[in-house]
Design a protein around this ligand. Sequence first.
Ligand SMILES: [Mn+2]
Length: 285
Amino acid sequence: MSRIVTLPPVGRLLAVTDLHGNLADFHAIAARFKSLVAVPGPPPHLLFCGDLVHGPAIALTAWPEHLGDFYVDQTPRLLSEARQLATAFPGQIHFLLGNHEHAHLGGPQLSKFHPDEAAYLEGQYAAGDFDAIRQWMAGWLLAVVAPAAGIAFTHAAPHAQISGPGDLDNLKLAGYESVPLVDMSSTGPLGALLWARTTSAERAFAFLRALDPGCRVAVFGHDIVREGHLIEHEPLLCVSSSFGCYNGDKVYLEWDLARPAGSAAEVARAGLRPLYPDARPVHRT
Ligand SMILES: [Mn+2]
């Protein structure tokens, strides 16, 4: 099966990263998407860049500063509403697989807020009810390409070494249960795209070229950038829309799919928007 979606050369694209069960942040981006649906013209697209699942279970009184604004993990409801949105707007809502979804599909066990994040989430469902969710996630993507814009999206940094887009198809998701987390980004294309926090310019450009010769910018999440985004170097644009950030620092990408992007710097300058325009930035400048 193919794990790449190629977006059309027209319409508006919204992209958000790492919601980790934050339902309010999901509602904020879904509302923006629905406001674009109401505008005449080519249909808009909404891309979730992975890690929709697994949030903190920490009381307000014990909430640490490094997690940004307090929220209560509502992963089951978020997944349910995200699926409804995808059903209501077929072909317009896209989901990249994150390392946290992978934990339900044969990826290594994660213990961010619970000893076993996947077991904790699945335990919130009645027996057998998570099967449909798992089956849905098993079809999520590893890369999304916007060819006219020249932008490629992945969950983590574009560290994978591939010779062409076909290298991302038919990858086996299972079998990583006992791989140490520190080794995941070097286990091949799947591990790299789900786990790498960064990569060299040379390797990133090689990945983009292999995916689509016209791609010049790589957008991804996975890591927390408290300021909302980071360009370590071209072509890397790491975006933080939700997890680990204060509301006023959270940003999403809004881009006209017909507009060619020359660089990560240009995409950041012209495409990043505050998720909460009325909230005061803490770290974002
Ligand atoms: Mn991640």
